[in-house]
Ligand binder design. Sequence first.
Ligand SMILES: [Zn+2]
Length: 308
Amino acid sequence: MTAYPVVHHPDYVAPLPAGHRFPMSKYEAVVAALSADDTAGLFVWHDAPALDRDTVARAHEAAYVDQVFRLAVPADMERRIGFPVTQRVLTRARHASGGTLAAARLALALGVASNTAGGSHHAHPGFGAGFCVFNDVGIAARTLLDDGAVARVLVVDLDVHQGDGTAAMFAAEPRVFTFSMHCEANFPVRKAVSDLDIGLPPGTGDQAYLDRLAEALPTLLSRHRPDLVFYNAGVDVHAADRLGRLALSDAGIAARDRLVAETVLAAEVPLCTVMGGGYSDDVGAVAARHAATIRAIADCWRTRQAGE
Ligand SMILES: [Zn+2]
């Protein structure tokens, strides 16, 4: 049995002002949840490198990258991000985006990999927003295209919020297909235009959600023929999520993750998953949802391997 590759770094957790609503501690809680009972060695852990300025600037405007690296982000831009850009927040953003690039490279080599952070899909080329500083999927996709490691990329963004930053980043890039399925009533109020947007009404439950996904995904793979899929597996689609307004159950999210993994792996396309959003005052509950997602994808991958 091959261990499933997961990328992590202790600096995924950065201190925020007291009482801040972003659930920063979930990033270590997910690792604890995955490794606690892993006596069988189901997961193999890789360290996320910190990206340098030039790599970040492949996808972001140089002026913005410079502001972040100099810790000189203007106050109005920090408000849009949702927290102050300190040295620790910068370090976190460099490792989180390095983790997605590392996971993507592992996926290209092994077939799958997950980052225990990332999915910062509200970060636009020239500014951050909605708790997102650097767009990790955007940077990784751009880097792998530039390096010739891939020719076409598909982004499957199933976080409850629209992947507006990623859509904006690749609006004029035909090699990257951006697909976002989200709740129409959630942030951002003004949506960007992805290559395919499915905006669902609040309260959409498991069956309607899964039907729409099952209808869309196979066609995207066969039409776009990607060399790599990035899957933003945000769990803020859960009924108990503090921000998300869809109404998926635990079983619904598990079915969603299996549907994505089985469809992508059956098409023999490498799959890189990033964590995305998940919000609750109960950090243990939200970390358990993220851990369940990684487990579901790892299970699909192992089942396929066993069958080969
Ligand atoms: Zn979200």
